[in-house]
Structure formats: C-alpha cells, structure tokens
Design a protein around this ligand. Sequence first.
Ligand SMILES: [Zn+2]
Length: 86
Amino acid sequence: MPGSYLSPAPQDLPPLKKHELRELFEHLDTRSTCDHTFAHTTQFLERRDIATEPVLAWLQMNGAGCDCEVIFNVAANWDAWALSPE
Ligand SMILES: [Zn+2]
C-alpha cells in the first residue's frame, strides 16, 4: 500500500525499534563508501547486540541489497516512520 509507511501493517514493521532504525540510517549516512555488502549495517547491529538476520531480511524485502541501498531505498520510505513519535 503506497503512502502507508507512517502506519504500516504489523507484518511490514521493521524488526527494530524506531530509534534503532533512525540510528542505523544516521550511521549509514556517514559512511561514504559502500562495497555493496551489508558490512556497515551488520557492524552496527552486532555492536548493539541486535540479531542481524531478521533485519537484513527486512531490508532486502524493502529493496536494499547493500548499505548504500538502505539509504536510497529504505530510508527514503521509512524515515518518516522512524522520526514519528513512539
Ligand atoms: Zn552499495
């Protein structure tokens, strides 16, 4: 459903809390290089003891195949949700 990112269906929600998703976007935004893997995303998640597999699966479902595509394809759609009140 287009335009539903602010109130996504429960099955579409990321396996991350809003502030975690926001921090992930901020983290990736500061990385200038992408080697077309999820290296930075994985590092971010591991540092916070967040299980990587569900998050990577969710990111791929939302059109990201690597760190820079998280910004291009996922942040573009999910920023509003991540910034909305808890
Ligand atoms: Zn990339």
